[in-house]
Design a protein around this ligand. Structure first.
Ligand code: AMP
Ligand code: MG
Length: 438
């Protein structure tokens, strides 16, 4: 490993979000190099198309056919040889020789002066290379149509064989996080199953003496373990295998045991709680024995404290691989923000995805937002439309790191960059939507 999370830059008192992201990406890259995980045949699975959604394509999907397989019409209209369009005459008249439907090709050929009534998707007959859309034509008699020459050029409204995809060329590149359109595309090529990366095994555990599982009684000072469920929900979006390691008490022996057990089973361990100033020393000690983990103070809000690094291969783990470790802060909103900002892209990268960043867009702030330069903030907000129809965003009430309702009511983050100061009403701000459409 060339990049240790404990290198000096990471010990700075407050780490820029971008530097934290770079350090994570570099470490994941090192892990991939070590294990050759991307190209390891053992890490590939073949799944039927209907189960491939949100999986990551492991090898380029080569098209077994040309798409379209033959020249065909892009419009309902009349197919003819467009060579005749070179003449100076303002209008052209053609005799309609027959009809071609999608799935019912016309067997004969079309000579100069003739045309074929043709439907969208129907094969272009021999002798034809151009289609005049129906609406541009007038019927002169039962079997003669006329249209103006200047309405089209030779070759228009025809889809060429292989125009969409060529046989033997990649239809979908390796590393694609498979979306509905990719499944449709594979099906259109007659491909029924795909080679995808195996599901990452991700262990989660919640640490804290105050935590109770659902169904348990709440005694004084205790709270329900909500992070387990928000994390499970976040991970489920990525179609992973989740290993739930439950609640671990704030006690060195139990914590160490839980980490070892999780590392034995998982590629990645995500814990929440136990990394804030008051508790970090205690967790640090354990981590020194188990691996190479940095304890970061990130210049962000929410989510300032975070631990990140690797755990050494645990005895009995097969294959003997390291485990990537994220020690997220305990606060319920901070867990989700740090997951979004750091964990999600690392998981995608680790699993060979070629695009790991969620898209950003912009909207107008409805009201002023207070912001101190020197940290990145992730405020929870609702994106809608302003009176003028422009995208407008407003914050969801109190933004405390423990106030999960601010997250639950929101549909996006307003992301205020490191250098940014106060935002005035009417300013454009960066936003990241919680839900993608497709
Ligand atoms: P910590 O990072 O352990 O200091 O926790 C910070 C805050 O988050 C404390 O108020 C904890 O009670 C709370 N917290 C920690 N873990 C969880 C959890 N799994 N579910 C809900 N709240 C939690
Ligand atoms: Mg705690």
């Amino acid at each position: 490993m060339t990049h240790s999370p404990n290198e000096p830059i990471l010990l700075s008192s407050s780490l820029h979000v971008d530097d934290a992201r770079k350090a994570i990406a570099a470490l994941v890259n090192d892990l991939l190099d070590e294990s050759k995980a991307i190209n390891n045949p053992a890490d590939i699975e073949i799944v039927p198309l209907d189960q491939a959604i949100n999986r990551i394509l492991a090898v380029d999907l080569l098209s077994p056919i040309d798409v379209p397989a033959a020249d065909n019409s892009a419009m309902d209209g009349f197919a003819f040889d467009g060579v005749c369009l070179d003449t100076k005459a303002p209008a052209v008249q053609l005799r309609v020789k027959g009809t071609a439907l999608a799935g019912k090709p016309y067997e004969g050929s079309i000579d100069p002066g003739e045309c074929l009534k043709i439907m969208t998707g129907a094969l272009m007959p021999a002798g034809c290379n151009t289609v005049i859309p129906q609406e541009f034509t007038t019927a002169i008699s039962d079997d003669v149509i006329e249209f103006k020459q200047d309405q089209l050029k030779l070759g228009e409204n025809r889809r060429l064989r292989g125009e969409d995809l060529q046989k033997g060329k990649p239809a979908i590149a390796a590393g694609r996080l498979l979306r509905p359109s990719d499944l449709g595309l594979a099906a259109s090529l007659g491909i029924a199953s795909l080679q995808v990366k195996r599901k990452l095994k991700v262990a989660i555990l919640s640490s804290g003496d105050e935590l109770r599982s659902l169904g348990q009684a709440l005694d004084a000072g205790s709270i329900y373990d909500s992070n387990r469920y928000s994390l499970t929900g976040l991970l489920n979006r990525l179609n992973l295998e989740i290993i739930d390691c439950g609640i671990v008490r704030d006690d060195p022996a139990s914590l160490k045991q839980a980490f070892i057990e999780a590392a034995r089973q998982a590629d990645v361990l995500i814990s929440s709680g136990g990394v804030s100033v008051g508790e970090a020393d205690f967790t640090k000690q354990i981590m020194q024995e188990l691996g190479d983990v940095g304890f970061w103070k990130i210049a962000m809000r929410p989510g300032r404290p975070m631990a990140f690094g690797i755990l050494k291969p645990v005895a009995g783990k097969s294959p003997a691989r390291k485990t990537l470790f994220f020690g997220l802060p305990g606060n319920p909103v901070a867990v989700m923000v740090t997951f979004y900002q750091f964990v999600r892209s690392a998981l995608l990268q680790l699993n060979g995805a070629n695009q790991t960043e969620p898209p950003l867009t912009q909207a107008i702030a409805e009201a002023p937002i207070r912001k101190k330069p020197g940290r990145t903030e992730f405020q929870r907000a609702i994106l809608g439309r302003g009176p003028d129809g422009k995208p407008m965003v407003r914050l969801t009430g109190s933004q405390g790191a423990g106030i999960l309702r601010s997250m639950s009511e929101a549909n996006c983050f307003v992301i205020l960059g490191h250098e940014q100061g106060n935002v005035a009403a009417g300013d454009w701000v960066d936003i990241a939507l919680f839900d993608g459409l497709l």
